[in-house]
Design a protein around this ligand. Sequence first.
Ligand code: AMP
Ligand code: GLY
Length: 416
Amino acid sequence: MTKIVILGSGGREHALAWKLGKEVGEENIYMLPGNGGTWNNYPINPLNFKAVKSFCEDKNIQWLIVGPEDPLAQGIYDYFYDSSTQVLGPSKQAARLEASKIWSKHFMITYGVATGRAVFSTDGNSLDAFIHELDGKVVVKYDGLAAGKGVKVCESSLEAWEAITDIRKKYGNNALFLVEERLVGREMSVIGLTDGKSIRLFLPSQDHKQAYEGDKGPNTGGMGAYCPVPWYTPTHAKAIQKKIIEPTLQGICDEHLDYKGILYFGLMITTEGPRVLEYNVRFGDPETEVILPALKSSLTGLIENTLNGSLEKTSPEFYPETFIDVVLASGGYPGAYEKGYEITGLEKISPDTLLFHAGTKREGEKLVTNGGRVLNVVARGRNLQEAIEKVYPEVEKIHFKNKTFRRDIGRREGIV
Ligand code: AMP
Ligand code: GLY
C-alpha cells in the first residue's frame, strides 16, 4: 500500500487524510503535524525539511502531500530531488506563481492569461497615473507571501496610497508590490491537479473570505465554502478553459516549470468574462473540505497519474449533490482570540455529516480549541438549499466558548 505523509495542520489536511485514508488505509497516512481530528500525528514543523525528509526515509514514504504554500515556496520539492519519496507540488521556481504576485502577473501577461490590468512598484510615475485613472478603485498587493494580509482592496486614491505607505513601512522603502484594477463580479475557485501538460479539475467552488455575514469585515482564511457553484455554466467553463487554463499550461510548458501538483485559479467572473485574481499552488482551505467529499473517483488514482505524467488518461467523476462547509471559528478571529476551550457535542453529529478539524487539539480525553478556525462542518444535499438546511442544525450541536460562524454560507447574491 502507498504510504503517504501529509504536511500541515488545517481542515484541508484533515480532509485529505480522510479521503486518502479511505483509499490506502488510515494506518498508511502520517500527519506532520496534524491536529486533534487526525491520527498518526508527529510534531514535525513542515518547514524543517531535514526532519521531514528523515521521517519519510525512516518510514519508507512514497508520497509527500504538501498542504500549505510556505514549504513549496521555500523549495521542498527541490529538497526531495534525490529522494524516493515523490512530492506532490511544484518546484520552487514554479511556486512563484503563488509566492510572487509580480512574477505571477508577468507570467499572465506574457502568456495572455485573462487577468486585470496592473502596474508595478518599479513603474515610477505610471503608478500615480494608474491610481488616478481608476479613481482609486484598485487593489494593492504586496509581492511576497503575507498569509492573506498582503492585499488591500481600495475605494479611493487616498486609500490606495495609504496601502502603499503601509507596505513601505512594513517591508521597507524598496518593497515590491503591484497595483491592479479592481474587478467587479462573482468570485470563485477552480482547483485542479496538473502534471505540467494536462489538468484535471475538481468541481468549481466558492469560498467566503470575509469574517462577517454579507461579506463584510476583515479577510480571513475562509469561513465556509460550497461546491458545485449553481450559476456556473458550460459557457463559463469554456471561457475559463480557453482564456485561462490553456494559456497557463502553455506558460508552464514554455517556461520549463517542473509542476506536478495542485493548481488553484482564484477567479473573478466579470461581465467581460473570467479573470485570474491569483494562482495558488496548493489546495484551497476551506474549498478542499467540499471538493474532496464531492469527488467520487479515487484521489490516489488521480495523484498517481499526476506524478507519472499521465493525467491525460484520467477523467474524474463526481457525486451529483451539493456539498457545503461551515467553519466554526474562535470569537475574535481573524484578530486576537483565546484558545484552550473544551469542545463538546461532536458525538451528536448525524452520521452523514463530515467533520474536519482545523484548530483543535487533544488534551487527555478532552478536545480543546487550538486556533482561529476550529472545525469544518460539512453536509450534502440534493441542491444548495437542501445542503444549507442540513448543515446549520449540525453546527448548532457543537459547543465551545466564544464559538462564532457565518449564518449565510451559500446564500450569497440571492442564489438561494
Ligand atoms: P488574493 O490574495 O490575490 O487572492 O486577494 C485576496 C482577495 O482580494 C481576493 O480573494 C479578492 O476577494 C480580493 N481581490 C484580489 N484581487 C482583486 C481584484 N483585482 N479586484 C477585486 N478584488 C480583488
Ligand atoms: N480559500 C482560499 C485559499 O485557500 O487561499
